[in-house]
Ligand binder design. Sequence first.
Ligand code: FAD
Length: 541
Amino acid sequence: MALARIARTGLRRTRISSSSPASFFTLSEHSPVTTSSILNPPRTATSYYQTVNHASFWSSRGFRGTPNHQFPSAERIVDDHFEHNEPKRPGLEATKRGEKPRVVVLGTGWAACRFMKGLDTKIYDIVCISPRNHMVFTPLLASTCVGTLEFRSVAEPVNRIQPALASAPDSYFYLASCLGIDTDKHEVICETVTNGGLPKEPHQFKVAYDKLVIAAGAEPLTFGIKGVKEHAFFLREVNHAQEIRKKLLLNLMLSDSPGVPEEEKKRLLHCVVIGGGPTGVEFSGELSDFIGKDVRERFSHVKDDIKVTLIEANEILSSFDVGLRQYATNHLTKSGVRLMRGVVKEVHPKKIVLNDGTDVPYGLLVWSTGVGPSEFVKELDLPKSPGGRIGVDGWLRVPSAPDVFALGDCAGFLEETGRPVLPALAQVAERQGKYLVGLFNDRIGKQNGGKANAMAGKDDIPLGDPFVYKHMGSMATVGRYKALVDLRQSKDAKGLSMAGFLSWLIWRSAYLTRVVSWRNRFYVAVNWATTFVFGRDNSRI
Ligand SMILES: Cc1cc2nc3c(=O)[nH]c(=O)nc-3n(C[C@H](O)[C@H](O)[C@H](O)COP(=O)(O)OP(=O)(O)OC[C@H]3O[C@@H](n4cnc5c(N)ncnc54)[C@H](O)[C@@H]3O)c2cc1C
């Protein structure tokens, strides 16, 4: 099973090296894949040399026995490749006796960062692999779209969270995505990131692990609706927020140009948010704040034309109780956000079409309808929880894959554990990261279980209590200095729930104290103060 997975990635790699990203997708989706083509990927000499040469670019730290111009053995590797006709990748070999166990962590989100922050680097070496080198403080991401906060205030570089990644001799951060896992060989296959001005030609490598922690998050759900991926903006990463901000400011300025017909002006200035969960509501609230203050003062020619519509198929904020939902509905409506019931059928470049046939023209479309398993997770040959996340037991282990753990949005309890799949929340991911720190430092590490296959069974190394999740409550800001706070374990339980200005103060204080570093805490506080005194910056940089 594991070998097949690697063979598949080899096939994908061959295609990437010899074709553009567009043709890569065409090929992988539509070419007939035969057994022989999987086992003997049709690689050309040119494509292989491109890969090896590219490796020399990436040879910065930690690859043993690779890039060609530094290592005479590179030629031999190429010969080997043609002899056996299977991809040979550079990378980190398995740790040897006497070396520290290597924990490979996939991702730099809430779960991964909390885990790496606490992991004892006297016991373990860490190799973190992720397509981004920072953690995003997601609860404050919506505020960056309109300039309430600067982008850097919500991004925390991973090597500040775990300094060993930058300083320990055998710990590394690699800017790459994991493509596949060979659970038998205890290896992950990775590919360097190629966007954002980085080299166009990706390069593959492998990293052997003693323990693997998968914290690769989830992806926005689009329900296969036509046009969403092409035309809508998602809000999950800092670069998404940057794109939204640019588009919003562009539309504001374009609509003010001479000769723009009235109808087109209205379209450009119509911001549509799909999904009435906390993210959609918070973003709508931020937009209405921006319009109410900054657009009014600085784009006064168009102030009466800019509109926000929030479209939701059911109730907004369905995880909150009726009272709080009603408060949010009234408040948003008062702030000028139009709430609309509807189900999106398809998305066109300038309008969306609802199931009932209504056309909704838009200038900015933000899609926020929840998350589901990523393509990476779907393709892994690992057991799955209900809903398709990586299935774990009570100790966050993936049962059929020794030494593999999964946590955060990408993981869910297996059906046989009898536990529910936990919600995709930062507080779940963070708490699981913290739990795994205890397991690794106090249990596995202290009992010499860190090396690959050292934990033959649960009984050999007592792991202590399984992970138990206790919900601490939910919060959401709705704009104009108002928020909802629900400190109950569930919406039907007893406890404190309130809405208004005091809730907003609690919301701000809670998140200010949760921001990962003092540096960012300072940035956030200064940004809030600057916005309060001077208004939001509206330069389109
Ligand atoms: C705008 C917004 C606001 C939110 N607000 C709240 C809130 O107020 N409260 C709350 O509890 N939750 C909130 N959430 C949800 C919360 O952010 C997520 O539940 C949390 O980020 C999950 O953490 P994670 O570590 O599992 O995944 P993520 O934080 O998503 O991190 C996943 C990581 O994996 C990396 N990755 C992806 N694919 C690969 C691969 N193939 N190989 C290697 N690495 C990979 C990604 O680059 C990323 O670094 C919010 C989410 C968003 C988007």
